[in-house]
Design a protein around this ligand. Sequence first.
Ligand SMILES: NC(=O)c1ccc[n+]([C@@H]2O[C@H](COP(=O)([O-])OP(=O)(O)OC[C@H]3O[C@@H](n4cnc5c(N)ncnc54)[C@H](OP(=O)(O)O)[C@@H]3O)[C@@H](O)[C@H]2O)c1
Length: 218
Amino acid sequence: MKYGVLGTGVVAQIIATKLIELGHEVMMGSRTANNENAVQWAEKHGERAKCGNFAEAAAFGERVFNLVKGIHSLEALKAAGAENLKGKILIDQTNPYIYKNGHISLDSKFTGDTCLGEENQKLLPDTKVVKTLNYIGANMMTSQEGLKEPVTGFYCGNDAEAKEVVKGILQDFGWKDTFDLGDISMSRYTEMFGSFWVPLYNQLGSMEWGFKLVRNEK
Ligand SMILES: NC(=O)c1ccc[n+]([C@@H]2O[C@H](COP(=O)([O-])OP(=O)(O)OC[C@H]3O[C@@H](n4cnc5c(N)ncnc54)[C@H](OP(=O)(O)O)[C@@H]3O)[C@@H](O)[C@H]2O)c1
């Protein structure tokens, strides 16, 4: 399978590398085709690893990950191009966070009656946006071996088939416990929830943890 990965930061590096390990072809996309992080990543990961700009990565991927800085997600997706993402699944892990004085707040453009996941979906009505893994540290996204028990992989989106595909991707990434939250508006909650990661990280002094939903099956 061909994947486009929009972004070159720590999350993009971890997701893109895991996709290569799973045998996929990956193009990492950036604002510029010669982004240093992306070029170095592609050189390190062999012939199935490529890099380009956002539009090239979106066009390349049969499925695409959105892993850019959340407050700039709409700009990045516009640069990626609606036509290049049409009919595809967009796995969206972005958060609209503003960091100030040791605290996180949500960018006010993405609060109240909306959120970033919903705005990403509104921008791309012909793309199936599925929000997931935006509330956990990057190092836990594809590797949970160090944890005592499985933590929960939440996801939400409007398209049932796309969500099943994303559930399968999470399982390929090693997630043993997954949970469908509902439609894309549920990312309002996972985007707020994600901000809780920072105080817990500060108190635990470690990134080796996650959230588990303890429940009785219906
Ligand atoms: N770090 C974590 O542990 C973690 C955990 C959960 C969720 N997340 C979310 O995952 C996403 C990626 O996080 P990250 O820490 O890996 O990277 P990041 O530093 O938040 O984002 C880096 C990416 O954002 C792009 N970007 C920055 N400014 C831009 C602009 N003005 N227009 C278009 N694109 C722009 C950069 O493009 P260039 O490549 O062109 O520089 C780069 O690819 C974020 O939304 C974050 O909230 C992060």
